[in-house]
Design a protein around this ligand. Structure first.
Ligand code: ZN
Ligand code: FE
Length: 239
């Protein structure tokens, strides 16, 4: 894939635009249509496919407007077919699809919502993690159990280190503050806190991250057992 671009939306969401090598224009999780519309003005007014990770409004509210305006197809999780309107293609976990010429591996990651899916593009080493994995954090467990969310994160933990991680929100600063609270003696993490603070002061994004980075620093990905995960998640909920 090429021309991967973050489109900031709402208060702290990231919509992502990219093109497949054979020329399809794709948008991931359009929680708002207007920033996408503005962006596409510079890109030849073309949109072929919309991908949705889960049904929350801040990932889907732009779907119908963008479908209608550009004639795009909407691809989303089969598990949420009754909760996302206008889906054209229902995606299942553990299945490898083709998006243009590119392989798209769908990973079912219940926990934040019961039907949440992540998109892994093995040829490009890119993961769209939605609200399952954030940089240095993870989504709140709204619909699944702690066990499910832990096992969903462990599925992502199996992906290669060089995977670029695009997530649904810019929550990295608050996440690194929590991570340093959990691991006060990790000096490398403390340096990350400083560098993330600097980026955010300049208004720069902290996304994409890499899976190697998350494996090293993300307290939720590092939690070995569901119990350890659940204690960290509950502590973050009350942080
Ligand atoms: Zn969400
Ligand atoms: Fe969200």
């Amino acid at each position: 894939m090429k021309n991967i671009t973050l489109i900031p939306a709402l208060s702290d969401n990231y919509i992502v635009y990219f093109e497949t090598n054979d020329g399809l224009s794709v948008i991931v999780d359009p929680g708002d249509a207007s920033p996408v519309e503005n962006f596409l003005k510079k890109k030849g007014e073309k949109l072929d496919v919309i991908l949705n990770t889960h049904h929350h409004y801040d990932h889907t509210d732009g779907n119908l407007y963008l479908k209608d305006k550009y004639g795009a197809e909407l691809w989303g999780p089969v598990y949420e077919k009754n909760r996302i309107r206008g889906m054209d293609k229902m995606l299942e976990g553990n299945v490898s699809y083709k998006l243009g010429g590119e392989a798209l591996d769908v990973i079912h990651t219940p926990g934040h919502t019961s039907g949440h899916i992540c998109f892994y593009f093995p040829q490009s080493s890119v993961l769209f993690a939605g609200d399952t994995l954030f940089s240095l954090g993870c989504g709140r467990v709204f619909e699944g159990s702690m066990e499910e969310m832990h096992s969903s994160l462990q599925k992502l933990n199996l992906l290669p280190d060089d995977t670029a991680v695009y997530c649904g929100h810019e929550y990295t600063l608050s996440n690194v503050e929590f991570a340093t609270f959990l691991h006060p003696d990790d000096h490398d993490l403390r340096e990350e806190l400083n560098s993330i603070q600097k980026k955010r002061d300049k208004g720069s994004p902290t996304i994409p991250s890499s899976l190697a980075y998350e494996k090293r620093f993300n307290p939720f990905l590092k939690a070995k057992t569901p119990g350890e995960f659940s204690r960290a998640r509950e502590a973050k909920d009350n942080f």
